[in-house]
Design a protein. Structure first.
Length: 341
């Protein structure tokens, strides 16, 4: 009924997609947080475009996650033990945060429930595989945990749900603990040699500062959440986290200049995410603490992140085209070698 090549047409795409590492979820995180930061600065059209792209990428990754879980369980278990697996949780919380700001609280709540369901199992699998001299992906335990705090606090503010704000304090403080543990396992040589995910060392602090800002913002909606002393502690910790994040940003940027790494790598999405997250955290802290002089640096950081997203996106498209072409050639060769003569 059909020619010998037509049935094989889906396989190059499947073969290429099967090679995508779990860390590819960082692309959703990067795009989602850019949408949040663009929304904070009033660039609503660009923010919605980024949201659509993030949703499409998230749905694709979710489909692959479910497929591996149901059909190729051994490969799923292997991938679930790598730090990049936690991008599934982090990407879900970042996407949920933007959707919550869009006004779709039920959808955001569903994403929070999904992330909370995935988080303990994936975190356990990843932590048990931690070793020494780890790459920057080791900080994804903190990122995924703080992501729950960010989304929970955002939903608490938009829905005036006090218990959700209190519950979000748990992942907020736990994420800081996980950061300290990861810091002792992080290979500092990655600052000079890393392929992109070394930036998560700063990005984890950025999302922690954003979580603190969201918790402070929830208290500002009129709900009584904690007393003045508790508020002061949260205020000081949030400012301290942002300061540390900006210090990491300066160090990592200097390292990129000293040791240029210009070739595309999928782990570069883990560079774009901290860039965008630092911008979002700076803008959020400026708003909630009424520090207007932080707005200009926050917007400058945002456009740096947008430029990085465009550059990495172009590299991803080019690599995808090359990968699909190579997979198609390999698949055609296999068909010819097995065809009857």
């Amino acid at each position: 009924m059909s020619s010998g090549t037509s049935p094989a047409s889906p396989y190059p795409l499947r073969a290429w997609w099967a090679q995508r590492p779990p860390a590819a979820g960082a692309a959703v995180m990067a795009t989602g947080i850019l949408s949040v930061a663009l929304h904070l600065t009033g660039h609503e059209v660009l923010s919605r475009i980024a949201l659509v792209l993030a949703c499409a990428a998230w749905l694709t990754l979710a489909a692959n996650f479910v497929y591996l879980l149901l059909v190729e369980r051994a490969q799923w278990v292997t991938r679930a033990g790598t730090p990049g697996a936690l991008t599934a949780v982090a990407a879900t919380t970042v996407l949920g945060t933007r959707i919550s700001l869009f006004g779709w609280s039920p959808v955001a709540a569903a994403l929070l429930a999904l992330a909370a369901l995935l988080w303990p199992g994936l975190l356990y699998l990843v932590v048990t595989h931690w070793g020494r001299r780890m790459p920057g992906a080791v900080f994804l335990g903190c990122v995924a945990t703080e992501g729950l705090a960010v989304l929970g606090a955002t939903l608490a503010a938009t829905t005036s749900t006090a218990w959700l704000a209190h519950a979000s304090l748990v992942p907020f403080w736990l994420g800081i603990v996980l950061y300290l543990i990861a810091l002792f396992r992080f290979d500092l040589r990655q600052v000079a040699r890393g392929s992109g995910d070394h930036w998560v060392a700063g990005g984890a602090l950025a999302i922690s500062a954003l979580a603190g800002a969201k918790l402070l913002a929830a208290a500002g909606t009129g709900m009584y959440l904690w007393n003045n002393d508790d508020y002061a502690v949260l205020h000081d910790v949030t400012v301290f986290l942002l300061a540390l994040d900006l210090a990491w940003y300066a160090v990592l940027l200097a390292a990129e200049i000293a040791w240029p790494r210009v070739r595309y790598d999928v782990r570069r999405w883990s560079t774009v995410f901290p860039l965008g997250m630092t911008a979002a955290a700076t803008l959020s802290v400026a708003a909630v603490l009424d520090v207007p002089w932080l707005d200009a640096p926050g917007q400058a950081l945002l456009w740096i992140a947008v430029a990085a997203w465009l550059a990495i996106g172009a590299g991803a498209v080019f690599q995808a085209r090359s990968g699909l072409r190579s997979a198609a050639v390999a698949d055609t060769g296999e068909i010819r070698s097995t065809a009857p003569r």
